[in-house]
Design a protein. Structure first.
Length: 255
């Protein structure tokens, strides 16, 4: 079953359908959201070839990354998290979004996800999907479902993310309790933003990206929720572009 399509977005090259450069949709969205025209460095990279992303999304639960992708005009395929079809579904995509939901993550599913990333796939896992990150066996520790409802003044640490968002300390609203955050991440992880959680956990990594094998995985505690602010919408869009950029062999700026 496919996600919602935008027939005006793809272009045909050599008889095959290739998504149009996604940052065009992103830039239109940002300009409409902020009322400002933003100029980015769009100089094409010459050292690597741009690969069109083949995106898969797990069923929505407490999160709905499919809605973010539709807003950005990306096509995607639905990916069921089940022992029977998960590995076969992953073989058809190179970029996976794992929504925050109540999963039964079996050994078979963990193994399929690990192989997917190890073989060059990219993924964004949100909140309760931390078990997928754990399946890689990396030195990362998670809090468990202990986060309380709160507003956090996050500190952006990633230079590209800070430059595109144009706000180094966005306020993020965690509207429900029981959310998960990392308490420690691998030394080579790229932390996207941090925040103080519950007045006890100082500078906790709320979003990060780490390489594994030939691929990479991103994790974020923050995700789509009711009454998202415009700034939060922009940040969610930038988070969505992280694994897409990795799958496309480029950066978010140069998508």
């Amino acid at each position: 079953m496919s996600g919602q399509k935008d027939n005006q977005n793809p272009t045909r090259q050599g008889g095959q359908t290739t998504p149009a450069p996604p940052n065009k949709a992103w830039m239109r969205y940002l300009e409409s959201a902020t009322g400002k025209q933003t100029v980015y460095d769009t100089t094409p990279k010459t050292d690597t070839a741009l690969r069109p992303p083949k995106i898969g999304v797990t069923p929505k639960g407490f999160d709905d990354m499919g809605s973010v992708l539709r807003r950005l005009k990306f096509d995607y395929e639905d990916v069921a998290v089940s022992d029977d079809g998960f590995a076969a579904a992953l073989a058809k995509v190179n970029c996976l979004f794992v929504n925050c939901a109540s999963f039964s993550v079996s050994t078979r599913i963990r193994s399929a996800f690990k192989t997917f990333i190890e073989d060059g796939g990219s993924a964004l896992c949100t909140d309760y999907a931390f078990e997928f990150v754990e399946s890689l066996g990396l030195p990362v520790k998670f809090s468990g479902k202990v986060g309380s409802p709160q507003a956090i003044a996050a500190t952006l640490e990633d230079r590209e993310l800070s430059r595109l968002l144009k706000d180094t300390k966005p306020t993020l609203n965690f509207d429900m309790g029981g959310w998960v955050f990392a308490t420690s991440v691998p030394h080579d992880a790229r932390v996207l933003f941090r925040g103080n959680v519950d007045g006890e956990h100082s500078n906790a990594p709320l979003a990060f990206t780490v390489k594994f094998g030939r691929g990479s995985v991103s994790y974020t505690s923050f995700h789509y929720h009711a009454q998202v602010t415009e700034l939060e919408n922009i940040l969610l869009s930038l988070l969505a572009l992280q694994p897409i950029a990795a799958a496309s062999n480029t950066t978010v700026t140069q998508l």
